[in-house]
Write a protein that binds this ligand. Structure first.
Ligand code: CS2
Length: 442
């Protein structure tokens, strides 16, 4: 038996506290992976539970039918398990109404974006999903391909304009530097190529707020699904497992209505940059360093790598001595406390967060996680021994027998082989655009 709206839930499991069937869909979310289900969908479920209405989510997968096959037979329902060493809290989330697979039903995706009830299109498509070339600009060949969010959003916006409907908020929830402005620039580049008549309307009617999103969400395993089934009494193919911690800081710049997320823990602020930069350079920067250094030491999980006395001090230095000084903090933002909290989160033994999951797509992650910090120090004549060790560990990873899961995999392997790898990767005209220049002797 599967989890559905008709299955009674056992007492410790929290159920949606509102009439799901009565809610209109106000959000289309593109890239409905585990991260969205454990983070933004939970805030939206909480907002509807607190009395806000009509923020149902239509999820979209661009290509894979996996999440649709998990959630559609379950009426969109799934569980979130928040795990620490001490406890696991289980709740059922009701915010997702259905999942569309864009490759199979492109018109349904465009119709959802163009629906009068839709006010927000949000994204968790990962760094590579924005289809930027090495120069950071939109890869115009890739945007015409099957993994392109742009075609669907462009067609949906064109339909809204033609119908005289209001514009939309396009909300990036990915770990890009200045994600809102980045999406805005890329979207305008796409419109200039395929819908030039839409640009003025887009500028006048749409908004792309920045956001900092934070919750550690390892890929769900079969053991996780079995543990959830043992509590629920039925199978939940869409189950996600995460930590107790969750944070969302959003630039308060919306084109129209939005859920009252601030009533349920999100922070709506004028400027996200201090939080986003701290998160990218400290949390994600440490994560990627733990991944490559940890794998080099034979570890499998984040909690093992951070417990290793040969690794932990370098990670502390990376956060406090290398990343923290580069951040222009907001009033009241305490980076020492932030680093201490991050060390505690990384140590969570109940999460089983695989280093190899974090190691994927290094070419897309390393610029905002490491290179901006390195460049800041280089401009001031200081060095970053921990980040330099992390770079060396990445190169060793590229030279190793590990499968390289990265859109630039073949070119990275080639560039990393043999002496001079640093310069081929990060030097003038190298594979990774960088303001930081490695020592030519390396
Ligand atoms: C991780 C992130 O996989 C990765 O690259 O660094 O997914 C990280 O777990 C999240 O950003 C935490 O909010």
């Amino acid at each position: 038996m599967r989890l559905t709206a008709n299955v009674p839930l056992p007492a410790p499991v929290t159920a949606p506290g509102y009439d799901r069937a009565a809610q209109a869909a106000g959000i289309v979310h593109i890239g409905i992976g585990a991260f969205h289900r454990a983070h933004q969908a939970v805030y939206t479920d909480d907002a509807m539970g607190a009395g806000d209405r009509d923020w149902g989510i239509v999820g979209v997968s661009l290509r894979s039918g996996d999440v649709a096959a998990q959630l559609n037979p379950q009426d969109g329902l799934y569980t979130v398990s928040a795990r620490s060493a001490a406890k696991a809290e289980l709740r059922v989330i009701g915010a997702v109404q259905k999942v569309l697979v864009a490759a199979d039903e492109p018109q349904a995706v465009i119709a959802a974006i163009a629906a009068p009830t839709t006010h927000i299109v949000s994204f968790t498509v990962t760094e590579k999903g924005y289809l930027r070339g090495i120069d950071g600009l939109l890869d115009l060949a890739a945007v015409r391909g099957p993994s392109s969010l742009y075609r669907f959003v462009g067609a949906g916006l064109a339909a809204r304009k033609a119908a005289g409907l209001p514009g939309l908020t396009l909300l990036s929830c990915d770990n890009l530097a200045d994600n809102g402005a980045a999406l805005n620039v890329l979207m305008r580049q796409y419109l200039a190529a395929d819908h030039p008549g839409l640009i003025d309307w887009f500028d006048a009617n749409c908004r792309c707020p920045a956001s900092m999103i934070d919750r550690i969400v390892p890929a769900t395993t079969e053991a996780d699904r079995a543990a959830v089934a043992s509590v629920l009494g039925v199978r939940d193919e869409g189950a996600v497992v995460t930590e107790g911690f969750s944070q969302w800081v959003i630039e308060d710049d919306f084109a129209g209505p939005r859920p009252c997320w601030e009533a349920v823990g999100a922070e709506l602020v004028a400027a996200v940059a201090p939080y986003e930069t701290a998160k990218l350079r400290m949390l994600n920067g440490a994560h990627s360093a733990l991944a490559y250094i940890g794998l080099g030491h034979g570890h499998e999980f984040v909690h093992q790598a951070i417990a290793d006395p040969a690794i932990r001090p370098a990670i502390e230095r990376l956060m406090l001595d290398e990343a923290a000084p580069t951040i222009d903090v907001a009033p009241g933002q305490d980076l020492r406390a932030y680093a201490a909290a991050l060390l505690g989160r990384f140590a969570n033994p109940a999460l089983h967060h695989r280093l190899i999951q974090i190691a994927m797509d290094g070419s897309q992650k390393i610029p905002q996680r490491w290179l901006e910090t390195l460049a800041w120090h280089q401009a001031r004549g200081s060095r970053c021994p921990s980040l330099e060790a992390a770079i060396a560990a990445w190169i060793a990873f590229l030279q190793s027998d590990h499968r390289i899961d990265d859109p630039l995999a073949d070119r990275l392997r080639e560039a990393a082989a043999g002496p001079g790898a640093m310069v081929r990767l990060f030097g003038e005209g190298g594979l990774i655009a960088s303001e930081w220049r490695p020592d030519p002797a390396t």
